[in-house]
Design a protein around this ligand. Sequence first.
Ligand SMILES: Nc1ncnc2c1ncn2[C@@H]1O[C@H](COP(=O)(O)OP(=O)(O)OP(=O)(O)O)[C@@H](O)[C@H]1O
Ligand SMILES: [Mg+2]
Length: 315
Amino acid sequence: MSSIIEIKELTKRFGKRIAVNNVDFNIQRGEIFGLVGPNGAGKTTAMRMLVTLLKPDKGEILVGGYSAQKNPNDVRRLLGFMPDSFGVYGDMTVNEYLDFFGACYKVHPHQRAQLISELLDLVDLGHRRDDMVDTLSTGLKQRLGLARVLIHDPNILVLDEPASGLDPRARVEIRELLLEIARLGKTILFSSHILADVGELCSRVGIIEDGKVVAIGTLQQLSERVMPHRQLHIGLLERKEEAQAALASMQGVNEVRLLEDGKRVFLEVDFVGGDEDIHSLLASLLQQGFPVIHFSEETKNLEEVFMRTTKGIVS
Ligand SMILES: Nc1ncnc2c1ncn2[C@@H]1O[C@H](COP(=O)(O)OP(=O)(O)OP(=O)(O)O)[C@@H](O)[C@H]1O
Ligand SMILES: [Mg+2]
């Protein structure tokens, strides 16, 4: 896979404060990449430099091979940017709003009506096309924002907190919409505080804190760095203590805890080994007649990854 975005030593200061500090990362073509970090980490500043709205103090940004500093117009053609706030265009209809941006991007008037219909279909807003933008809910405005960034058919979408302020249903809908847009072949970079969204969507995640990228990788890689062992949850109908003792002596098992989460009692196993070893462990339990009713691996503990990474445990 080739990198469509290459960021090297990117740095931006505001007065004495370093908002983005020597940041390096690449994004592959077709990837959904999540930039996660606490408030003030530098996500918006990094994105604004990438989309040529802000000049870096140092470093290089290449988008599709074009330099954001030297060829900003080529970069803008390839990118669609959705900022974290919606802007002040509430006083027009949904249709007029998209038509306005289509004109800004010089989409030919003959093609614009057709394109707008297609985009409204994509984001499921066709039924609101004649409503004033102001009257849309936050979730619908976000969808309209996505339609807007697609109007010049960019290869890459840069979305600053696309799911912020949305209720759970609207978040799931935005998530599904982003997956659909990715299936159209677009590369997506988005920032979020909502770790669940990142976990569900992204091929890779970069964790940024205090202007620096403190960890980068697939969710699996990040989890492994924070928790080098794997964790299994095993539920049993009965003989739980006996199973705990049996598991403790099995190969690859570091520790077994008997836990209760309110509804049920289960065993939590810290385990080092591959998938084959996990299979052997389960086979051995069943062979010994233990009545297993639940067996799963806990991997996507993204909150844990985030909390521990941003406390500087992983560097
Ligand atoms: N125009 C500006 N002038 C001065 N300081 C700024 C400016 N823009 C950002 N900063 C500072 O740079 C740092 C990074 O801000 P940025 O907005 O990039 O963070 P963020 O990760 O997007 O945060 P949030 O999650 O709150 O959106 C912060 O300390 C912020 O106060
Ligand atoms: Mg921000």
